[in-house]
Design a protein around this ligand. Structure first.
Ligand code: HEC
Length: 268
């Protein structure tokens, strides 16, 4: 009897210790984040992106000032929290990066390969222009609420497709987004895995991208985040600016609807 009590007590102490260690780790990670958030290098990307937006470049020697991100030509304020959206001029739903590719080609006369030659900066490369532009445009929605009403039938279609992709499992490990992002308090090594079926977590997570990645020393966009998660999922490499990614972004953006947008943020 006494032995059973002692064993029970020992097991309880062990589990409490585990729980305490979990709490301590989470607190440590939070402390690290708080320290980092003081002075986010993403501001440099925002400034360069702003300059680039107003600079005349390309064969047509024009700036992006007439690019319509959904709120009228040249309006950047509040554009990000309403994207992805349907654009009547091209008759399709686009996320910010697809729209920028379109504007740079149509307005500035650049070629598709000029604009997408390296959307994600690698070590030693000059910072990708798309990453700078995205940082600037996103920063112009800071403090606003995500607003994805899905009024147009094409928007609803993209959302439905994105939802299907989120739940779709395949590949060598039978993984889907859902495998890693549908439960609370999950973590891979030190990285917390947000649960997109929890509205609060979806809002906080979506509202923090694009983000300056300390590990990369670069600002990364939502396209990059998903590119990297497709890799984690052991899926074939995602094509930059593909409609499938836009569909998934639509699903994530809608899951964050109503949340306060607060990016570019800073992440590990
Ligand atoms: C095998 C597990 C795994 C799968 C499957 C996976 N992810 Fe992730 N995801 C991660 C990890 C790990 C991180 C954190 C990465 C980091 O910090 O570098 C992450 C981070 C994210 C983030 C940013 C989280 C934050 O806190 O800012 C988003 C958004 C995201 N994933 C979306 C997706 C979507 C959408 C899919 C499906 C295409 C997906 N993930 C599939 C493991 C996964």
């Amino acid at each position: 009897m006494i032995r059973r009590i002692v064993v029970t007590v020992l097991i309880s102490v062990f589990w409490c210790g585990q729980l305490f260690a979990e709490d301590e780790t989470a607190a440590g990670i939070q402390e690290y984040r708080d320290l980092l958030s003081d002075g986010n290098p993403a501001e440099l990307w925002v400034l360069s992106g702003e300059e680039l937006w107003f600079t005349s470049v390309g064969p047509k020697g024009t700036s992006l000032e007439t690019c319509d991100l959904g709120k009228g030509p040249g309006v950047v304020r509040g554009a990000y929290v309403e994207l992805p959206r349907y654009f009547p001029d091209v008759k399709k739903v686009m996320d910010l990066e697809q729209r920028l590719i379109h504007c740079r080609m149509a307005i500035q006369g650049l070629s598709y390969s000029d604009v997408t030659s390296y959307p994600f900066t690698k070590t030693g490369q000059e910072t990708s222009e798309i990453e700078m532009l995205v940082a600037f445009i996103a920063s112009e929605s800071r403090g606003m609420h995500m607003n994805i009403p899905l009024e147009h039938a094409e928007e609803q279609k993209m959302f439905d497709l994105g939802e299907q992709i989120f739940y779709f499992r395949a590949g060598s490990h039978d993984f889907g987004c859902i495998t890693c992002h549908s439960g609370d308090n999950r973590r891979i090594r030190l990285q917390e895995l947000p649960n997109f079926r929890n509205q609060d977590q979806a809002r906080k997570t979506y509202g923090s991208w694009p983000a300056y990645r300390v590990s990369a020393g670069e600002v990364r966009t939502m396209q990059h985040r998903l590119y990297d998660c497709f890799r984690q999922q052991r899926f074939p490499e995602a094509i930059y600016g593909h409609d499938m990614i836009t569909a998934l972004i639509m699903f994530l953006a809608k899951s964050a609807d109503g949340g306060v947008y607060n990016a570019p943020a800073m992440k590990r």
